[in-house]
Design a protein around this ligand. Structure first.
Ligand code: MTE
Length: 364
């Protein structure tokens, strides 16, 4: 369908920290409720395929539908649209923090675990598209269907396109969409043009980009991304059939500062910003500490505060010159809060414990 381009992405990499095929947003840029498209992180297994719509159709098939269909790009755009504001975060975001704190227990040669995201593998956007439910119903969804699998057109990956199966219940949630607009613009090439899944609250890998086909099935589907990767592997998790540990689906609660790692600030009163995010419920509070977690103060939350989107916070800080650390801890309306420790898992997923963010403060 496409030829391998010179670079793994198409956007200007200046606002990013480069990690091979992927781009992490410089965290100091993540100060707004909506992350602009040109600042939104990119996670590519291989590269952004240059997709031409000539000859493109979206296929919906498998034994989980009774009348398989093929739709043109324009036909999908004519279906009833649905918009969600949702953050999207890689399950491996913060992996470098995980490694720092657990003293380098990540395997160097692991294809997925070697992507050492700092804190900027996340963004928040307005996504518009068609509910996957609408598409499945158009194709005559079989009541015995238990799973769907959207396949990406990034054909150079080991399985001829990236995919990650999803149980039918989540696929039928009206907020699970096949998106074609991101922040009001046509989906940019790096973010999945012409169509991508958006699965609010779930780890980024389920939001498959460059979708060419959606398969619905009456039996489980196993691929690398639900057997060996995006799975908690370690002493706390038993392998289960084809799956090497416990499958990861939803994200977990986190908060991060909109500050560079080892940020340099001037002494004196200033506003520090960041965001809290939870897949479970709206954020209720974010606390911060500049004394290693001995004492905590509440930050101001900046509306809007809603499920699936991140919530911005800010607080006034008046540091003296010297080396400091800042910690943040988010709590949501369901009572979930960030833990103070994190169990080992082989590929370092879902690191969400409270951690110190180093800051150097200079005198004027
Ligand atoms: N879809 C395809 N086809 N190929 C990929 O490499 N990467 C996944 C997901 N969808 C990927 C994909 C991962 S791991 C993440 S975190 C998100 O896309 C990132 O989406 P973004 O690049 O738009 O930020």
């Amino acid at each position: 369908m496409s030829e391998k381009p010179e670079n793994p992405w198409q956007k200007d990499p200046t606002p990013f920290i480069e990690h091979g095929e992927s781009l992490e947003t410089k965290p100091e840029l993540l100060t707004d409720f909506i992350t602009p498209n040109d600042h939104f992180f990119v996670c590519n297994e291989t590269y952004t395929p240059p997709i031409d719509l000539t000859g493109y159709t979206l296929k919906i098939g498998g034994d989980g539908v009774n009348k398989p269909i093929e739709l043109s790009y324009e036909a999908v755009l004519k279906l009833p649209s649905h918009t969600v504001i949702s953050y999207l975060e890689c399950a491996g975001n913060l992996r470098q923090r995980y490694e720092d704190i657990l003293n380098g227990q990540l395997p160097e040669d692991d294809e997925f675990g070697s992507l050492r995201w700092g804190i900027g593998g996340v963004g928040n956007a307005v996504w518009t598209g068609v509910s996957v439910r609408t598409l499945l119903e158009l194709a005559g969804l079989n009541p015995d269907a238990i799973v769907i699998n959207a396949k990406g057109l990034d054909a150079d990956s080991a399985e001829g396109g990236v995919s990650r199966p999803m149980p039918i219940d989540k696929a039928l949630d009206p907020d699970t969409i096949l998106a074609y607009h991101m922040n009001g613009d046509k989906l940019p090439p790096d973010h999945g043009y012409p169509f991508r899944l958006i699965v609010p609250g779930w780890i980024g890998t389920n939001s498959v980009k460059w979708v060419g086909e959606i398969v619905a099935a009456t039996e489980e589907i196993y691929v690398r991304r639900n057997t060996e990767h995006y799975v908690f592997i370690g002493p706390e998790w038993e392998p289960d059939g084809n799956v090497l540990g416990e499958l990861i689906t939803t994200q977990n609660i986190k908060s991060t500062l909109a500050l560079a790692w080892n940020a340099e600030l001037q002494a004196g009163k200033q506003i520090i910003k960041g965001n809290g995010r939870s897949p479970h419920a709206p954020i209720k509070k974010v606390e911060w500490s500049d004394d290693g977690g001995h004492s905590w103060q509440e930050a101001r939350l900046i509306p809007p505060i809603m499920k699936y989107a991140w919530t911005l916070f800010e607080f006034e800080w008046n540091p003296e010159a010297g080396n400091h650390t800042l910690m943040t801890r988010a709590t949501d309306e369901d009572g979930n809060t960030q833990p103070m420790e994190h169990p080992f898992n082989l590929e370092g997923y879902l690191f969400n414990m409270v951690f110190p963010h180093p800051v150097t403060v200079k005198s004027d």
